[in-house]
Design a protein around this ligand. Structure first.
Ligand SMILES: [Zn+2]
Ligand SMILES: [Zn+2]
Length: 652
């Protein structure tokens, strides 16, 4: 695997089917750095037992059977008391092997290279994510390498899938021995077998790869020859020159409908530049306008199926037989996707909820907000090139109305997009009787590529209850509860953390609600303005996030639906009651302020500003009613500000 020595690469992810490449990749990389570029290395296995097994079965034979390593590792010069099964020293470094469940071991000494094997089996400990803990050890090395490998599990819950998606998403192509066309081999696309027309009986033995361009079937010999031509391509979609570009889609378009440009004979060259030396080789994705290599290679991520395996036991007929045995059993399908295709298994989400059926029950309502809504929340979905916002109104018993769907286009690593998003979140919604509603809470998923931007945005708006959320890790099919048991507080500001959410359980809840037949508790109302495409992505993040935002709100005042024309509170009495409670010491100023959704720290800063301005205007010694210092000096003179409504509101 040449990515190890590719200039610029610091993180490598291999999301591959079982047995293929993975172990060999780790062995070869460890051996390379022992011999040619010695440095401290850390290898992490999911469990302590796996560490010993890996050392005995992989590392020891690797050293014994490689003469140059035999001379370097564990010789008299480096042998020390520390030398054990899980610690190998050599001139210029060592290889330490630890279990992911032992965070102490992960954090012990600085290392330059970290290797994480079987990452989907790691357990997150109280100390944190093993990958994060291990990578922290690399802080002092400029030339660090972090390598993660695993076959994936369930889509959306698989850590190796997340890591793959964070990288440049390399996929492999091979040349057709008949026409030279490069095929990105995929089981469901390229493998076919005979089925008896009358009996419907499958004959997996006849399975072979068929070229998508010339249609020729490949013999096993031709497949093995084709594998010799394997090349990797960056396939991650990107935004450049204002255009959203998807290399795989562009390639498909290019070879199916060749245009008349000089490169038309070579569709690969239309999309990618071959970048190679004796130390690296990869097709870099190129912007179709400016020609720049638009996808960074700092994180090289790979995926491959068994179709790329040279072993006879992985030949197409064997894979086809496994598919036929698995296709009607949901559990076996997961295993097939993971171990044969090297792909995370996609749960059949909302299969029975047809978009048309949902669209057919859409309603009209006057004004932005129908009668029945008490609270408005928003859910935000952040993509590289846009932010999508869903506004949802909530009534009693979580009956909901989708009030609006807005797309804010633009590069989400820039400030402009977020300014526009903020404007949207400050939008005013009106009911037919004129009552105004603003967004009371919003949730943004902080997963994906824009974690830091999302943190920054929501951190600055905690007082407005704009929360960053993060899907809780789910393991062994065990779902995290939907809603966190602890509500986020403004105090979380100092040590900012996203709110952990059981996203999958939340989606299940919403899926169940969409299936409700008639209005009532939990029912979802849709406005007739929505297009069919909107229903098709109904189960995407935004609706879930808006629901989460509603759930994180305190269940009291604003939550109850107030019928039109009836005003439930007397601001004057409320302020007086607050003041009386404050003086009696029943509540603190910070509680009062935070109850109203303001950030206490920001509030204090503004308070100080107001006080300074008042002193400048009225002279020194001004003190507003409700000033905490006033309680210590009950005889302090009342100032003119006492009767100033602004100051009273400020104090409350
Ligand atoms: Zn062909
Ligand atoms: Zn460009």
């Amino acid at each position: 695997m040449l990515a190890v020595t590719e200039p610029g690469v610091h993180v490598i992810t291999a999301m591959v089917c079982t047995q293929l490449m993975k172990t060999a990749l780790i062995e070869n990389t460890v051996g390379y750095f022992m011999h040619l570029d010695p440095c401290p290395q850390l290898l992490v296995q999911p469990k302590d037992e796996a560490v010993e097994a890996f050392s005995k079965e992989r590392i020891t034979p690797l050293i014994r059977s490689t003469p140059v390593l035999r001379k370097l590792v564990g010789t008299k010069k480096t042998r020390s008391a520390e030398e054990t099964l899980t610690y190998k020293a050599y001139p210029g470094g060592f290889l330490a092997m630890v279990g992911a469940g032992s965070p102490d071991n992960l954090a012990r000494r600085p290392v330059r290279n970290t290797y994480y094997d079987e990452v989907d089996k790691y357990v997150i400990t109280r100390e944190g994510d093993p990958i994060g803990l291990g990578d922290e050890r690399q802080a002092t090395f400029a030339q660090y390498l972090s390598l993660r490998a695993c076959s994936p599990t369930i889509s959306g819950e698989s850590r190796i899938e997340m890591s793959y998606l964070e990288g440049d998403q390399r996929q492999a192509s091979v040349e057709c021995p008949h026409c030279g066309h490069r095929n990105f081999l995929e089981f469901f696309r390229h493998v076919q077998w005979d089925t008896d027309a009358d009996s419907g009986i499958h004959n997996p033995k006849s399975a072979r790869i068929y070229c998508e361009a010339c249609g020729a079937g490949w013999s096993e010999g031709e497949r093995l020859r084709a594998l010799q031509t394997t090349r990797w391509h960056q396939t991650r979609p990107f935004l450049c020159c204002g255009k959203h570009q998807d290399p795989m889609a562009a390639y498909e378009e290019e070879w199916r409908n060749p245009n008349s440009s000089p490169n038309a004979a070579d569709p690969v060259a239309m999309i990618w530049d071959w970048w190679a030396s004796d130390r690296h080789a990869v097709y870099r994705a190129r912007c179709c306008d400016c020609g720049r290599w638009a996808v960074d290679n700092e994180h090289a991520s790979f995926t491959a199926s068994k179709l790329f395996s040279p072993w006879p036991k992985d030949a197409p007929p064997k894979i086809a037989a496994k598919w036929l045995a698995a296709k009607d059993d949901p559990d076996l399908r997961v295993v097939f996707d993971n171990t044969q295709l090297g792909k995370p298994h996609k749960r059949q989400a909302g299969k029975d909820l047809k978009a048309e059926a949902l669209a057919s029950r859409a309603e009209h309502w006057a004004a932005d907000v129908p009668d029945g809504v008490g609270v408005v929340t928003a859910g935000l979905d952040t993509q590289d090139d846009r932010v999508e916002i869903e506004f949802v109104g909530w009534g009693t018993n979580e009956e909901s109305w989708t009030l609006g769907y807005v797309v804010v286009p633009g590069d989400t690593s820039t400030e402009e997009v977020w300014t526009e998003v903020d404007k949207q979140l400050l939008r005013i919604f009106r009911r037919a009787d004129g009552r105004e509603f603003t967004v009371e809470a919003a949730c943004i998923d902080s997963g994906g590529h824009r974690t830091q931007e999302v943190y920054r945005f929501s951190k600055a708006r905690l007082g407005r209850k704009v929360w960053a959320i993060k899907g809780a890790k789910e393991q062994g099919g065990q779902r995290a509860p939907v809603w966190p048991t602890v509500k986020p507080s403004n105090r979380a500001r100092a040590q900012f953390r996203p709110v952990m959410i059981g996203t999958n359980a939340a989606k299940d809840t919403i899926r169940a609600r969409l299936a409700l037949p008639e209005p009532g508790p939990g029912f979802c109302h849709f406005h007739a303005k929505r297009e069919l495409g909107w229903y098709e992505q109904l189960l995407s993040e935004r609706l879930t996030e808006a629901a989460i935002a509603a759930q994180l709100l305190p269940a009291t005042p604003g939550w109850r639906h107030t019928p039109p024309g009836f005003i439930s509170v007397d601001p004057d009495k409320d302020a007086k009651a607050d003041l009386a409670n404050l003086r009696m010491g029943k509540v603190t100023l910070s509680e009062l302020v935070e109850e109203r959704g303001y950030d206490y720290v920001e509030h204090l800063a503004r308070y100080a500003e107001d006080l300074a301005a008042a002193e400048e205007a009225l002279g020194p010694g001004v003190m507003f009613d409700g000033d905490p210092r006033k309680q210590l000096k009950p005889s302090a003179p009342e100032s003119a500000a006492d009767n100033d409504p602004d100051a009273a509101a400020n104090a409350a």
